[in-house]
Write a protein that binds this ligand. Structure first.
Ligand SMILES: *Cc1c(COP(=O)(O)O)cnc(C)c1O
Length: 370
């Protein structure tokens, strides 16, 4: 890594203007949508802020589902724009339930938009997006989805589910770089975005993007685009499409199942049950007598990536990362090895060989089932 020649990153030619629309279409295909796709020249948190800020105005009522800090921020941006925000917060590090969403929608019959995160890399949970989107659709409510972490790891059927705005980024399961993001926008969402409090002449303005790019025929992007980021996105999409998006999703699912099987063989406690677990990271609950800081200081074996849970009440959680290029047998086995050794250092005997076998068997079984 350190002796790479970074000077290759200099003197990059401009990104060909005609290729921006091609990239947008390729991202639309990943999201399974025919909606407009905007390319945002910033990391995905800015895209999320742009969506909330562009939608927000007095008189807009939002049901904002909170399952991590991203949801908290989204509600904050909506409220900063004087929208009426009802925050529905799931129990810490757990998914929201369909019943809770339904009850809240029944309580507030004047909701205009519903926002949620699809899958969380902070806690390793998967929200019941399909059912929630259906509830919203029945009531004529627009759905806004943060799919930054989930795209590539889980099926994301924007048009089939009727998702009006979806935000994605290449830096998680798509294994790209973090400097760009994308937003899909339905025609109903464009109608809602047309209001006289909408930000203009602003990096946060979706209407500016529409007028300065979509409406002008999707040629050059406004401003000075960073060619490095666009070439990197193109390369990430080339690699992804060569493998196939469904294969990429399967690879994440397999890493998830192998990780869970291995952890169970180590006697570890999984944080969430299968149906609500994300394929991006797996969270495990440490035993009471294990000190997490010591545990995490012992996890640094080559190829492993184990970190602390993020958010309130996650003090006992650790996360095994199997997102993007890490959704591989090699990374799963390295994580399990690190987990086993970190337990053993604190006197918890465990059967690493059994764990590695369980994980490897998960992979062998999937090959035999092809
Ligand atoms: C990663 C992620 C983002 C992007 O935020 P960064 O932490 O800055 O990469 C947004 N939403 C979700 C759900 C994410 O997992």
């Amino acid at each position: 890594m350190s002796n790479r020649d970074w000077s290759h990153l200099l003197d990059i030619p401009p990104f060909p203007a005609e290729n921006y629309a091609v990239l947008a279409d390729r991202l639309g295909a990943l999201m399974a949508t025919k909606n407009d796709v905007l390319l945002i020249q910033a990391e995905a948190v800015l895209a999320l802020e742009a969506v909330a800020t562009s939608l927000a105005h007095p008189g807009l009522k939002a049901l904002n589902i909170v399952t991590s800090p991203y949801g908290t921020w989204f509600g904050h941006w909506l409220a900063a724009g004087s929208a009426d925000v009802v925050n529905l917060t799931a129990p810490p590090a757990l998914p929201i339930t369909v019943e809770a969403v339904k009850a809240e929608l029944d309580r507030h019959t004047d909701i205009d938009i519903l926002s949620l995160v699809h899958a969380e890399s902070a806690s390793g949970i998967l929200n019941p997006l399909e059912e929630i989107a259906a509830l919203a659709r029945e009531r004529g409510i627009l759905t806004i989805v943060d799919a930054v972490a989930s795209v590539g790891g889980h099926a994301l059927d924007v048009d089939r589910l009727g998702i009006d705005i979806a935000v994605i980024g290449p830096q998680k399961a798509l294994a790209g770089t973090a400097g760009l993001s994308a937003i899909s926008v339905s025609s109903a969402a464009w109608t809602l975005l047309q209001h006289d409090k909408a930000p203009r002449i602003s990096m946060l303005s979706l209407l500016d993007q529409k007028e300065q790019w979509l409406d002008l025929g999707r040629h050059a992007l406004p401003g000075t685009p960073a060619p490095l980021e666009f070439f990197a996105l193109q390369a990430a999409l080339d690699r992804l499409e060569a493998e196939g998006i469904v294969e990429v999703q399967k690879r994440h699912e397999l890493a998830q199942h192998a990780t869970r099987a291995g952890l169970l063989a180590l006697g570890a406690q999984l944080w969430v049950p299968d149906p609500v677990a994300s394929a991006l990271i797996t969270a495990a609950v440490l035993p009471e007598d294990i000190d997490r800081r010591t545990f995490l200081s012992r996890r640094n074996i080559a190829g492993a990536d184990i970190t602390a849970g993020v958010g309130p009440d996650t003090e006992r959680l650790v996360r095994l990362n199997h997102t993007g290029r890490r959704a591989s047998e090699e990374a799963v086995l390295a994580n399990l090895t690190a987990f086993s050794q970190a337990l053993e250092v604190q006197g918890h005997q465990n059967d690493l060989q059994a764990a590695l076998k369980s994980a490897a068997d998960t992979y062998r079984r999937s090959v035999n089932n092809l």
